[in-house]
Design a protein around this ligand. Structure first.
Ligand SMILES: NC(=O)c1ccc[n+]([C@@H]2O[C@H](COP(=O)([O-])OP(=O)(O)OC[C@H]3O[C@@H](n4cnc5c(N)ncnc54)[C@H](OP(=O)(O)O)[C@@H]3O)[C@@H](O)[C@H]2O)c1
Length: 246
């Protein structure tokens, strides 16, 4: 897993060609929408956005700034994604992805996630986040995030144990012999199924990894973290972790 901070391209550009809210509404009937909202237009968020766009998803994306500033980033890194402000990111979405540094997650408009399926891509990574006392615990970070969401939001952890480069470099069509598998952990079966389909659409096998209580197996320090395992090896490794902690 990289610890590089990376840097956004800078410079001015026209945002006249960016899709607008009205275009989104006109072109995607609600009943057939497959829309994902992504908090975070950084390394991980933009890689997920590009794969989702390639898979035909409508993608809404935000930085910490207003939609106009996100449009400058999206216009370079996620062309075709709809830049929105954070307050409206979740509107009309089937899935919401949290791809911000963990130190920033409480700044997100969490109340707007009521009723949503939420994908937790975030890792507690002190070299980047600093020491965050609430995550200095044996509890999996996703349980802590889940507890901060509205009660009817359904949190699923995945996509956190693959480097952002690999989200694009290693994506493969279903059935490819060298396809990488990603663990998917969550407490709600329907939410896990929806997110597993998303993972598959991005180009990876999805392997159920239990509930959020078991999601430490996906975190930094786990043998699956950054390992880019195929399906059989991922299942075997998760089974091994389960046995080790049983
Ligand atoms: N990098 C990887 O390979 C990788 C892989 C797996 C998981 N992850 C996890 O994914 C998360 C993001 O990592 P990253 O490397 O993509 O970070 P990053 O490149 O630093 O990007 C972070 C993004 O989050 C945005 N952001 C920060 N605060 C926000 C807020 N309050 N509302 C909306 N957007 C906000 C930032 O916007 P501004 O520019 O406006 O601040 C930026 O677009 C982390 O938790 C990390 O552990 C990363």
């Amino acid at each position: 897993m990289t610890t590089a901070t990376g840097s956004m391209p800078t410079g001015s550009m026209s945002i006249g060609s960016m899709p607008t809210e009205s275009m989104l509404t006109e072109s995607v009937p609600a009943e057939s929408a497959r829309t994902v909202g992504i908090f975070g237009a950084g390394k991980s968020g933009t890689a997920i956005a590009r794969r989702a766009l390639a898979a035909g998803y409508t993608v809404r994306i935000t930085t910490s700034g207003p939609a106009e500033r996100t449009a400058l980033v999206a216009g370079i890194l996620t062309l075709g994604a709809v830049p929105v402000d954070a307050q409206h990111l979740a509107d009309g979405t089937d899935l919401v992805v949290l791809a911000v540094p963990l130190r920033a997650w409480r700044d997100l408009p969490l109340a707007r996630l009521a009723g949503r399926v939420v994908v937790d891509v975030m890792n507690y990574w002190p070299p980047v986040d600093g020491i965050l006392p609430e995550f200095e615990t044996d509890r999996p970070s996703s349980e802590i995030v889940r507890d901060g969401l509205p009660p009817d939001a359904r949190l699923v952890k995945t996509l956190n144990h693959i480097d952002y480069h690999d989200i694009e470099d290693l994506a493969r069509p279903a059935g490819s012999p060298d396809r990488v598998a990603l663990a998917v952990a969550g407490d709600d079966a329907d939410a896990v199924a929806l997110v597993s389909q998303f993972v598959d659409d991005l180009g990876f096998d999805a392997v159920p990894a239990g509930g959020l209580a078991a999601s430490a197996a996906l975190q930094p320090g786990s043998p699956i973290f950054g390992a880019n395992l195929g399906r059989a090896d991922l299942i075997a490794t998760l089974d091994g972790i389960g046995r080790a902690t049983a």
